[in-house]
Write a protein that binds this ligand. Structure first.
Ligand code: C2O
Ligand code: CU
Length: 523
């Protein structure tokens, strides 16, 4: 293992990812941001310089940060925001491998472009011999109005609509906006198409990352079935699908066998926003949005320019949901067979007297507004993590009262969604087993553990909880820290659809935090 250094400069730059020019929040002047790569066991030293003119933090999505909770990049929970012209050195070791990504966790910067792939290789990856080359594909929705302009409309008490509608979608940062909408100045209708070239007879690993603000995608490549080998940074027993549903923040590695005729094929990324839409009220509602984003898979040697290829039929059952967690069998990994802790969360939308529609989890709406330790709240008389104000916090320690036969501490989190549409929930600091992924339960009755899949359920870090249903995730309590869990649809996160878990507080209390972590905290 070695130490790898990266310099990420956060800067706003005019760009036109889908043909329409707007300011984009970039990393090193690039959107999507540059690929960060390392090998299993390496240390990453990432210096983030903030030139945005506003604060920022960077989160390493899917990285467990064991022992380095304070480099998890969540403002108000694990660090104070990096001010404009400030810089922050993230310093952590990766004992994981697979497909990850990084993104800003500050306000709406993730929507405006501050995100990129993070790939951890393993020279001993058992699937290395299954492919010859690899590519990274990012999927995203794209909005022409900066998130900072959308927020006040969305959060205003008079707003009654659903989530904002994207103007377009992108494959690896390239989209095609229909410029005929005359209100759009400086628009290029021939923006180009993301193209991946392959050699007949070779096999390719595509690492697909859904980096969207809110949209759910269905991904496919015409006339090429895709064999999934990795889910959210974990290998699985290979499973072959023609269409792959992927929600915001999820990742899949697939193997494509370039064994078809030498020509061009469409790569397809169809997206939807999984929210009820009120046409009259919804921000940016626009019937001309093209929800079918395309790219090109180009066989070397073909003279043709545009693909003529046959799409796989889309299944409506793929919409706004995950690949069935019961077919994503982790490679050599079993879930805990019993648990020592149980936490139930009820997710809903609602209103307070002074607010518009906001999100609640167990009747509390998360407000990430208190960044400074001078204002921190103290829980149990202990200044637990020096940042967190413990809004919507759930604590669990290794020691438990409901003693049973389990030899390891493990928790079941019941996430019950009391809204009509689904939500992709992400937990920091862990991957979890999706032991139950319910659908349309009557009366939101909690599932009985006898119906859990404890054989080989999906192991991942982001799961789509279906509308009016409960999903149960299970994991070992083995990573001390303050970990955020939230819906990864940005418009729901800023409405407060989030909680934090205080995991193993007795160990956190004794954790030494490097002094420079506090550099930008008011004293
Ligand atoms: Cu990628 Cu807190 O999230
Ligand atoms: Cu949500």
């Amino acid at each position: 293992p070695v130490t790898r250094c990266y310099n990420l400069e956060l800067v706003i730059k005019e760009m036109a990812p889908d043909g329409y020019k707007r300011p984009v929040w970039t990393v090193n002047n690039q959107y999507p941001g540059p690929i960060i790569q390392a090998n299993y066991g390496d240390r990453l030293l990432i210096n983030v310089s903030n030139k945005l003119g506003e604060p920022s933090t960077i989160h390493w999505h899917g990285i467990f940060q064991t022992g380095t909770n304070f480099y998890d990049g969540v403002p108000g929970l694990t660090q104070c925001p990096i001010p404009n012209n400030g810089h922050f050195l993230y310093n952590f070791t990766v004992k994981q491998y697979g497909t990850f990504w990084y993104h800003s966790h500050f306000e709406g910067q993730i929507v405006d472009g501050l995100k990129g792939p993070l790939i951890i290789h393993n020279p001993k990856d058992p699937y290395l011999k299954e492919y010859d080359f690899e590519y990274v594909i990012t999927l995203s929705d794209w909005y022409h109005m900066p998130a900072g302009d959308i927020h006040p409309i969305l959060l205003s008490p008079s707003y009654l609509g659903g989530d904002p509608i994207p103007n377009s979608g992108e494959i690896s940062g390239i989209g095609q906006f229909n410029c005929s909408d005359s209100t759009k100045k400086s628009c290029n209708p021939n923006n180009g198409v993301a193209t991946y070239s392959v050699k007949k007879g070779k096999k390719y690993r595509f690492r697909i990352i859904c980096t969207s603000a809110a949209a759910h995608f269905i991904f496919s490549i015409d006339e090429h079935p895709l064999t999934i080998i990795e889910v959210d940074g974990h290998l699985i027993e290979p499973v072959t699908l023609k269409t792959i549903p992927i929600h915001t923040a999820q990742r899949y590695s697939v193997i494509l066998n370039a064994n078809n005729s030498i020509k061009n094929y469409h790569i397809r990324a169809k997206f939807t926003v999984c929210t009820p839409i009120d046409n009259n009220q919804t921000i940016n509602y626009n019937s001309s949005v093209n929800y079918n984003v395309v790219g090109i898979l180009k066989y070397e040697g073909t003279k043709a320019k545009t693909p003529i290829s046959k799409p796989y039929p889309l299944k409506t059952s793929d919409e706004c949901r995950d690949v069935n967690p019961n077919i994503l069998k982790p490679y050599k990994l079993k879930p805990p067979q019993c648990v020592t802790h149980k936490i139930s969360l009820m997710v809903a939308f609602g209103k307070l007297a002074t607010t518009g529609t906001i999100a609640f989890i167990n009747n509390s709406s998360f407000v990430p507004n208190n960044y400074y330790p001078s204002n921190r709240k103290i829980i149990n008389g202990i200044n637990l993590h020096k940042f967190s104000q413990y809004e919507n916090a759930y604590g669990y320690d290794r020691y438990f009262t409901n003693a049973n036969d389990c030899k390891d501490a493990a928790v079941d989190i019941y996430i019950t969604v009391n809204t009509s549409r689904s939500h992709p929930f992400h937990l920091h600091g862990h991957s979890f087993f999706v032991v139950y992924n319910g659908e349309n339960q009557t009366g939101l009755e909690p599932p009985h553990p006898s119906s859990f899949n404890l054989i080989a359920p999906a192991f991942r870090d982001t799961v789509t909880v279906l509308g009016n249903s409960t999903t149960v995730i299970r994991y070992y309590i083995d990573n001390p820290g303050v970990w955020f869990m939230h819906c990864h649809m940005h418009w729901h996160l800023i409405k407060g659809m989030a909680v934090q878990f205080i995991e193993l507080p007795s160990i956190i209390m004794n954790m030494t935090i490097p002094q420079d972590v506090f550099e930008y905290c008011a004293s």
